[in-house]
Design a binder for this molecule. Structure first.
Ligand code: GDP
Ligand code: CA
Length: 324
């Protein structure tokens, strides 16, 4: 079985960790490929920072800081405090010392002319991740946020302003000239199951789908396409993704996000959406009939990824829905 997952950072990482543990126990022959958002990436103090790729890598490697929710375990911030003393970089965006090691390595490869996908393969080879990570694109496509106080990089809006400035729109700078990284379209076309992780539908999944060719590949794949709701009982689980949803006029509900992705077929007729099936939390069970009316196979199961065991059970439920 070939499983391909579209993933953002923290939500995607937790889901992938659960999926890997379920697959290793129940489907040891299966392979997992994650197509990871790169819209949050940026150059900072001369380094290429790729937050979502690194969140996924650290989590799958068991190197993530579970308490804080992001970054490396046992991290220190000596270099960041020196950068602040010199007055360079973003004082509100701390790069941990161990994390800087990753950024230095990535920047070294990129400056030697290597595409991000190859650099990612070399960097992730350090750990037995059990999941192949591919950036959505090798091109620099960065999410910028248009607000009344000007247009800024997504990280500035998210981390510095805590998503509190009303967003007028999200712009993928450079997207028109971008193409999917090598292996991305194949991973979608040749999969048996495509999973849309419970990641931010706008700036994680939306950014991946915005790379020319990727949305069409998902719409056209012969794989079953299953999404897991990042919204539980009308609220985001961790973070501030509701601010992104309201900016694009989508209500913060499991049903509205499913409607936003859309169904691939309605009443047996082809439609313009992406999903065959959608998992919602038990607390959203009442929305199952409405989801079925949209043309989706739907089920209500526990969606809170509290620990590796609950994440693995969620992955099992997603694959069971794919087979149903
Ligand atoms: P980011 O790039 O670090 O923001 O992470 P993602 O885009 O992968 O995921 C962010 C989304 O994950 C948020 O919208 C959350 O609602 C969702 N999320 C986080 N934890 C959970 C969880 O335990 N269960 C579910 N269903 N969604 C979650
Ligand atoms: Ca992210």
């Amino acid at each position: 079985m070939r499983i391909t997952v579209l993933s953002g950072g923290v939500g995607g990482a937790r889901f992938l960790r659960g999926l890997r543990s379920f697959v290793q126990a129940e489907h040891p022959d299966a392979s997992i490929t994650a197509i990871v958002n790169t819209g949050d990436d940026m150059w900072l103090t001369g380094l290429r920072v790729a937050p979502d790729l690194d969140s996924v890598m650290y989590t799958l490697a068991g190197e993530n800081d579970e308490q804080r929710g992001w970054g490396r375990i046992g991290e220190t911030e000596r270099v960041s405090s020196e950068l602040r003393a010199y007055g360079i970089g973003w004082p509100w965006f701390t790069l941990g010392d161990l994390d800087i090691g990753t950024h230095l390595t990535r920047s070294h490869y990129l400056r030697s002319g290597m595409p991000l996908s190859e650099a990612t393969a070399l960097i992730t080879a350090r750990w037995p991740l059990g999941v192949t990570l591919i950036p959505a694109t090798d091109d620099e496509v960065e999410t910028h946020v248009v607000t009344d106080q000007g247009t800024m990089h997504f990280q500035e809006w998210w981390t510095r302003h805590r998503a509190s400035l009303p967003a007028r729109s999200f712009v993928q700078q450079g997207v028109d000239a971008a193409s999917p990284a090598p292996g991305v379209l194949e991973a979608i076309a040749e999969a048996d199951v495509v999973l849309i992780a419970p990641s931010n539908p706008v700036v994680s999944i939306g950014t991946i789908l915005g790379i020319p060719g990727i949305r069409d590949a998902v719409a056209a794949t012969s794989a079953t396409v299953i999404g897991v709701s990042p919204i539980i009982a009308g609220a985001v689980v961790r973070g501030m993704a509701d601010a992104c949803l309201s900016a694009i006029g989508v209500e913060t509900s499991a049903l509205a996000v499913a409607e936003h992705y859309g169904a691939r077929s309605v009443g047996g007729l082809p439609s313009v959406g992406l999903l065959d099936a959608w998992l919602v939390d038990e607390s959203d069970a009442a929305s199952v009939p409405a989801l079925e009316a949209l043309g989706l196979r739907a089920a209500a199961v526990p969606l809170w990824m509290r620990d590796p065991a609950t994440s693995a059970q969620l992955a099992a439920d997603a694959l069971a829905l794919a087979r149903r």
